[in-house]
Design a protein around this ligand. Structure first.
Ligand SMILES: [Zn+2]
Length: 142
């Protein structure tokens, strides 16, 4: 692979400026840098196109018409979390798209707790392969 994913290329490919308040999202930007460092280029190449919605907490409301329609939402409250948690969350949501979980109609199985949902387990396993640490509050018993 000659591409070499980096933060500027990632912003060019996946970030629409009106959806991402870069000035207010330092930790989120750092987490995207970490994503570029950890995720193999082949993964980026085979990703469907998506956009990232990362608003400033000061935005009370807004209307967007994102194209493409796959959107990773990254809450402003992430800026109050430890960097490792932000890194993990960004990697985890990215993994969901790579694994095409957005295409599954009934991805939530009602009688299985959220953390034990197959899609959650699968996304966490993938980010572990990429070098992320699953946060304590997402560790499963057994
Ligand atoms: Zn998830």
């Amino acid at each position: 692979m000659v591409m070499g994913m980096n933060i500027e290329l990632l912003f060019d490919l996946f970030v629409q400026p009106e959806l991402f308040d870069r000035h207010a999202r330092d930790k989120t930007v750092r987490a995207l840098q970490t994503l570029c460092d950890r995720v193999p280029d082949e993964v980026f190449v085979s990703m469907p196109t998506f956009s990232i919605l990362a608003p400033d907490a000061k935005v009370d409301g807004a209307v967007y018409c994102p194209v493409p329609e796959i959107v990773i939402y990254l809450s402003p409250s992430l800026e109050d979390e430890p960097q490792e948690k932000v890194d993990f969350t960004v990697g985890h949501e990215f993994a969901h798209i790579y694994l095409c979980h957005h295409e599954e109609d009934e991805s939530m199985i009602t009688w299985i707790p959220y953390l034990d949902q197959p899609t959650e387990v699968e996304a966490d396993e993938l980010v572990k392969q990429w070098g992320y640490t699953v946060p304590e509050d997402r560790r499963r018993v057994g």
